[in-house]
Design a protein around this ligand. Sequence first.
Ligand code: MG
Length: 487
Amino acid sequence: MTNFKIKLIAVASLLIVAVMQTSASIKKEKSIKPNFIVIFADDLGYGDIGVYGHPTIKTPNLDRMAFEGQKWTNFYAASSVCSPSRAALLTGRLPIRTGITGVLFPNSNAGLPQSEISVAKVLKDNGYKTAAIGKWHLGHKSPFLPTDHGFDSYYGIPYSNDMNREEEIEGKDWIDGQIILAEKEKYSAYKLPLLRNQQVIEMPVDQRTITQRYTEEAVAKIKTMKDSHFFIYLAHSLPHIPLFRSQKFKHVSKAGIYGDVVEEIDWSVGQILNTLKEEGLDENTLVIFTSDNGPWQTFKTHSGSAGLLQGAKGGTFEGGFRVPAIFSWPGKIKPGVVMQMGTTMDLMPTICDLSGSKLPKDRIYDGFDISNVLLKNGESLREDFFYYRGDQVYAVRKGAYKAHFITRLDMNNIRTSLFVSDPEIEIGKKPTVLETPLLYNLNADPSEKYNIAKEHPEIIAEIRKLLKDHESSINKAIFKKEKELQD
Ligand code: MG
């Protein structure tokens, strides 16, 4: 054998050993599967947490979670109302792809179609134990319940906590935009079921203790599932109106009843983080805290704040869609403030990657894997975001720029105090298609106050093309089919 051949064989052997070692270390890395806990608040605004700038609501647990982990400042819910936002978080897909484009009600026969694959289902197929706790709002009858969508167990109120209200009190429970029933603690006015898996175990549910009970359930689940890998989806029913809090949190906040409720949710976060630490699970658990949409400002001081952002729940200005998002994973996450764009739809591909689970290949995903940002402070792949209202795109963000193609007031035709004051800009009760879209630079003007459309027709043209390409990617036939299934 020539010297050259011997050298070649030696080099090849070294390469094979190196490849084997690398794949063994990747395998080992993947075999240490992390746990995941997603805590999803309801109608909590961008400005409602201490670390996001609220001056009088105390949130020490969330603040600490943000300082030790990552706080994202350009993170979006996929919709500015409840059901579509939840469908998108759990599937990684835009509401228009799943057919859940509007809010479901107690008389709806619809729900998240069986053809949709939730993150819980993917994790369960990969050996995870899974639990859903709290508000579901993706269909309250089988086969649409959490236990039909990959969750081993469910404990919670299956839709919004203001639904099934007694008829005789209809119209008498608002005074100047406040829900007085909450102040009177009349939880019994809302005929809401509490479900354990698929069985009603309490009716009407006592909402005064609901945050406390969801928390106890989450803590118990951590303890009972700790010997396996687990995923807990804790979707709080609050601070959606009507507001209720337990005895311990009455009149504790300078911000009134809304502050009390948020401070109880912050306590809940603390209980979960403490339990993970006590059980030695904190360094192997990614905890994510975010909200399903912006504040429902119809209810004045019973609702939250979008901080410096314009708009609120139901609308397509930033306050409706941009939400707090905090990621915690001690020892793994690169702490800091992330100003790149992210969405709740990114959680599905990210969790799949971190757990070594397979993202189904037979469908379009609208989320990106952001594990590179979480673990290495790398670049987010997301460059754009589409603001849907129902099945229509009203606005599009590309990089720093956002163009509004259609305008309409927020939910219940609310005009927030920050709403554009430019007399040339028409924002009414009905959708208005603008001949020249509004254009804002969100980095320089996060409150969307200074329309720069006239100065930058080329940016509008670019965003218009992006919108056209996006719309052609939406398979309307699938959407139509799903709608038929639901009706
Ligand atoms: Mg909501």
